[in-house]
Design a protein around this ligand. Structure first.
Ligand code: TYD
Ligand code: MG
Length: 446
C-alpha cells in the first residue's frame, strides 16, 4: 500500500473526508477548507493480525452500573473503549442519569471521571450530593479541551468518563464555536481515539432539539458505537431510554424511569404505569400486549375520527407509522365494511411509547373500530395480532409472555391470532382465538 493512500483530508467546514487534497469541498462547496488530518493511520501504526478465535470477548468485560434500566438498554453494561452518545432535549435528565450511572459504576469498584462543560464543578457537586452520588472514586474535572481531557484520561485511566456535554467541547486551535459541527466531531473523534487506546468507556451527553437533532449529535451517529435517546414529556415525570443504534446490543430495549425528588428512579412495572391513566368505558381505546426488546409491555392505543373530511383525509399518528395507520383504515373499510376511510384519523400510543411491532396492528384496528362505532372495548380485554391485507389476523411470536403479562395486570380476556394454535392460559384468563379482523370486531365490540 503506498504512503499516498494512507493520507486523509478533512473539510474544516463540514467534516467531509477525502483521500486527496481538493481546493473546494465537494460536500459543502466551501473553498480552501480541506486540510490533511495529522496522525491519521500511518503504516507504522498498523494493527496486529491475530487469530479471530483468540480475540477476547466483550461480554465478560462489561461495566454494569447496577442501574438495571440503563444496563439493559446498552446491552448488559458499558463496553470498555466504546463510545455511547446519550441524546435528549435540554432538561430531560441527561446530566442526572450520567451522574447516577457514574455513581453506580463507582459503587461497583470502578473509577469514573465526570467532565463538566455545562455547569461549574460546585454546581455538579451540589447536584451529586443531593442525588447521593458522591463517591471517593468519582472524579470531576471542568475541562472542555478534548486534547487536554484525553491526556487526563490517559494518565488516570478510569473505567469510564461521562462528558457533559459533547456540545461544550472546544479545541481552541479551531476557529469554530463550541457546538459547531467541526468542534463536536473533532472533539468526539479525539476522545474516542484515546478512549479506545486506553480502554475507557466514554458516554457523551448531546443536546437534541424538538425538531429531532442539532447538527452535532446527528453527525456523531455513525461515529459512536451506540446512540441512546432519553425522552420524556415535559408535563410527565416518566422518562424513556432507548437505543437507536447499538453495536453491542439490541435496539429494541426500552428503559423506563421516573424523575423524582432524588433523581431518576427505575420503573419496575412499566405496563402498570402506562395503563394508569386509562379511563374505562370510553370508545377509541385498546390495550395491546407488545414486546419491547426482551420484555412484554402493555400499552394503550387511542384513536379518534373526525369528519368526514373535505378533500384528502388526514392521517396523524404518534407512536405508530402513518403508513401503517393508512393500511389498517383500508383493511377496515374494504374487508370489514367500516366506512371510516373518509374521516380524518388520529392515533396515539399513550405514554410516548413507539409500537413498531406488527403484533400491535389488531389493537390499532380495534381502537379505530371502537371509536367509529362509538362503542368501548371491554376494559379487561387485551389484543394481540398482526393484520394482513386480506383482513386476516396473522400469528405473532412470544405469545406466552404477552398473555402472562396481561394476566399479571389483571386482564381477563385476550384476543389472539387463531394461527398461534392452542396456548396454555393462566387461571382467570380467557383466550379468544380470532382468524380475521371481522371476527375480532364481533368478539371485542359485539
Ligand atoms: P438534567 O439532568 O439537568 O437535564 P439535562 O442534563 O438533560 O439538561 O435534569 C434537569 C431537570 O430534572 C430539571 O428540570 C430538574 C429535574 N430534576 C428533578 O426533578 N429531580 C432531581 O433530583 C434532579 C437532579 C433534577
Ligand atoms: Mg445537563
Amino acid at each position: 500500500m503506498s504512503a499516498e493512500r494512507e493520507r486523509l483530508f478533512v473539510c474544516r467546514q463540514c467534516g467531509h473526508e477525502t483521500l486527496r487534497w481538493l481546493g473546494r469541498c465537494p460536500a459543502c462547496g466551501e473553498w480552501n477548507t480541506i486540510e490533511e488530518r495529522i496522525g491519521g493511520g500511518s503504516a507504522a501504526a498498523a494493527a496486529a493480525l491475530e487469530p479471530l478465535a483468540s480475540v477476547s470477548l466483550e461480554a465478560g468485560r462489561r461495566l454494569a452500573s447496577s442501574i438495571g434500566e440503563f444496563d439493559r438498554v446498552v446491552g448488559g453494561g458499558l463496553v470498555p473503549g466504546s463510545m455511547v452518545l446519550l441524546g435528549g432535549e435540554p432538561g430531560v435528565g441527561k446530566s442526572t442519569l450520567m451522574l447516577q450511572i457514574a455513581a453506580g459504576l463507582c459503587a461497583a469498584g470502578h473509577q469514573v471521571v465526570y467532565a463538566a462543560g455545562e455547569e461549574s464543578l460546585p454546581q455538579v457537586r451540589d447536584r451529586a450530593e443531593r442525588l447521593g452520588c458522591l463517591h471517593p472514586r468519582l472524579l470531576a474535572v471542568a475541562e472542555t479541551n478534548p486534547d487536554r481531557l484525553s491526556a487526563q484520561l490517559d494518565r488516570v485511566r478510569p473505567a469510564a468518563v461521562m462528558i457533559d456535554s459533547v456540545q461544550s467541547l472546544r479545541d481552541p486551535d479551531l476557529t469554530f464555536p463550541p457546538g459547531s459541527l467541526v468542534q463536536v466531531r473533532e472533539g468526539a473523534i479525539r476522545i474516542q481515539r484515546s478512549g479506545r487506546a486506553s480502554g475507557v468507556a466514554v458516554v457523551l451527553a448531546g443536546h437534541i432539539n424538538k425538531e429531532g437533532a442539532l447538527a452535532g449529535p446527528k453527525a456523531l451517529e455513525h461515529l459512536v458505537d451506540a446512540v441512546l435517546t432519553f425522552e420524556g414529556e415535559r408535563w410527565s415525570s416518566y422518562r424513556l431510554l432507548r437505543a437507536g443504534k447499538n453495536r453491542f446490543g439490541s435496539t429494541q430495549e426500552l428503559g423506563v424511569f421516573r424523575m423524582g425528588e432524588r433523581g431518576l428512579e427505575e420503573v419496575a412495572n412499566p405496563s402498570q404505569v402506562l395503563l394508569a391513566e386509562r379511563t374505562a368505558g370510553v370508545s377509541g381505546s385498546a390495550v395491546v400486549a407488545a414486546i419491547e426488546g426482551t420484555r412484554p409491555l402493555l400499552c394503550e392505543v387511542q384513536a379518534l375520527l373526525s369528519g368526514p373530511a373535505y378533500g384528502t383525509p388526514r392521517r396523524t399518528a404518534a407512536g405508530v407509522d402513518t403508513a401503517r395507520l393508512a393500511l389498517i383504515l383500508a383493511v377496515l373499510e374494504r374487508r370489514c365494511g367500516l366506512r371510516c376511510g373518509a374521516f380524518d384519523a388520529y392515533v396515539k400510543v399513550a405514554g410516548g411509547v413507539r409500537l413498531d411491532e406488527p403484533a400491535a396492528d389488531l389493537g390499532l384496528a380495534m381502537a379505530i373500530a371502537s371509536v367509529f362505532r362509538d362503542r368501548p372495548l371491554d376494559a379487561g380485554t387485551v389484543v394481540v395480532g398482526e393484520v394482513g391485507l386480506s383482513g386476516e389476523v396473522r400469528g405473532v411470536h412470544r405469545v406466552q409472555e404477552r398473555i402472562r403479562e396481561a394476566a399479571r395486570l389483571g386482564f381477563q380476556r385476550c384476543l389472539l391470532p387463531k394461527a398461534v394454535g392452542a396456548v396454555a392460559a393462566p387461571t382467570g384468563m380467557e383466550i379468544v382465538p380470532v382468524a380475521s379482523v371481522a371476527q375480532a370486531l364481533s368478539a371485542g365490540l359485539g
